[in-house]
Ligand binder design. Structure first.
Ligand SMILES: Nc1ncnc2[nH]cnc12
Ligand SMILES: [Zn+2]
Length: 315
C-alpha cells in the first residue's frame, strides 16, 4: 500500500467485530476453550473463504463466532482489531457487535459487552483511538428478539452509542424493525442499518423513512433509483461502503465495476470500510489500496473519502 494512503487519518464506520476474527486467533481461541473445529487447520479454513452471496458468508461467520466464549476472548478479538487500526492510521472506530450471535449460544450479554468495552477503553488510552460502539440486531430473527436484546442492553446504556441492523438482507426488510428502532431512538440511541447491499433501493427508503437512520451501511444499490440518489445527495446521508466485501460477496463482479468513485463524484457522502476484514481480504487500508489499484482512485479522491469518514462519525 502506498505510504501516503496509509498515513491518511481515517475513521472506520462499518466493521463487525466478529468479522475481524482472523483464522489464527480463531484456532488459538478454540484451543484455549477446548473446542473441536470442523476445519483441520488455518489453511483449510482460509480456503473455505469463497462465497457466492451474503448468506454463504454468514453461515461461516456465525460458525466461526462459536469460539468466542469468555470476556477475555472478546477482549482479545477487539484488541487485535485495534492494533490493525493503529498500523493503518485509523484514528476513530464505530464497530458493530451482534449480541444475539452470542446470547443465543448461552453467552451472557455482559460477558460479550465487558470484553469489548475494556479493549475499546484500553485502545483509547494506549493507542489514541476513539470509539463509539454500535449494537446490531440480527434481521433474520423476529423483532421480538431484538426487543429482548435491547432490554438486556439497557443496563449498559452508556457503553454504546447506537443500534444497527445486519445479517441476511433479502426477505427481511427494514419495516419489520420499525418499533424496536423507535424504542432505541427514544432512549437517545443513534440508528444505522444495512440496506441496499443485496436488497433493493426500497429497503434504503424504508431504513430512512421508517427506521430514521443517520447513516446507510453499504447502500451501493441506491444508484438504481435516481430519486433516492437525489435525496442522499441533498441530505448528505453518509454511506459506509465496503469495496472488498462487495467483491467477495459478488455484489459486483470485479473491483473495476464498483460504483464508489462514481457516487463520490456525484456528491454522495461515501466512506471506505472493511466490513469483515478477516474474511474479505483486508482492513481499511487494503480497501483504499484496491480502489487505487483497480479504479484509479487519485490522491485527491482518497483524501475526500477519508475526510468523509471523519465527517460521518456519530460521536
Ligand atoms: N456484510 C454484511 N451484511 C450483513 N450482515 C453482516 N454481518 C456481518 N457482515 C455483514
Ligand atoms: Zn456489514
Amino acid at each position: 500500500m502506498p505510504e501516503w494512503l496509509n498515513a491518511l487519518p481515517k475513521a472506520e464506520l462499518h466493521l463487525h467485530l466478529e468479522g475481524s476474527l482472523e483464522p489464527e486467533l480463531l484456532f488459538s481461541l478454540a484451543e484455549r476453550n477446548q473446542i473441536t473445529l470442523p476445519w483441520a487447520d488455518v489453511e483449510t479454513l482460509r480456503a473455505a473463504y469463497a462465497f457466492n452471496n451474503l448468506q454463504e458468508f454468514l453461515d461461516l461467520y456465525y460458525a466461526g463466532a462459536n469460539v468466542l466464549r469468555t470476556e477475555q476472548d472478546f477482549y482479545d478479538l477487539t484488541w487485535a482489531y485495534l492494533q490493525r487500526c493503529k498500523a493503518q492510521n485509523v484514528i476513530h472506530v464505530e464497530p458493530f457487535f451482534d449480541p444475539q450471535t452470542h446470547t443465543d449460544r448461552g453467552i451472557p450479554f455482559e460477558v460479550v459487552l465487558r470484553g469489548i468495552q475494556q479493549a475499546l477503553l484500553d485502545g483509547e488510552k494506549q493507542l489514541g483511538i476513539s470509539h463509539g460502539l454500535i449494537l446490531s440486531f440480527l434481521r433474520h430473527l423476529p423483532e421480538e428478539e431484538a426487543f429482548k436484546t435491547l432490554e438486556q442492553a439497557m443496563p449498559f446504556r452508556d457503553a454504546f452509542i447506537g443500534v444497527g441492523l445486519d445479517s441476511s438482507e433479502k426477505g427481511f426488510p427494514p419495516r419489520l424493525f420499525e418499533r424496536v428502532f423507535a424504542k432505541a431512538r427514544s432512549e437517545g440511541l443513534h440508528a444505522v442499518a444495512h440496506a441496499g447491499e443485496e436488497g433493493p433501493p426500497e429497503y434504503i427508503w424504508e431504513a430512512l423513512d421508517l427506521l430514521k437512520i443517520k447513516r446507510i451501511d453499504h447502500g451501493v444499490r441506491a444508484i438504481e433509483d435516481e430519486r433516492l440518489m437525489q435525496r442522499i445527495i441533498d441530505e448528505q446521508i453518509p454511506l459506509t461502503v465496503c469495496p472488498l466485501s462487495n467483491i467477495k460477496l459478488c455484489v459486483f463482479e470485479h473491483m473495476g465495476q464498483h460504483n464508489i468513485l462514481e457516487m463520490l463524484e456525484r456528491g454522495v457522502k461515501v466512506t471506505v470500510n472493511s466490513d469483515d476484514p478477516a474474511y474479505f481480504g483486508g482492513y481499511v487500508g487494503e480497501n483504499f489500496a484496491a480502489l487505487h489499484e483497480h479504479l484509479g482512485m487519485t490522491e485527491d479522491q482518497a483524501r475526500r473519502l477519508a475526510q468523509n469518514s471523519l465527517d460521518a462519525r456519530l460521536v
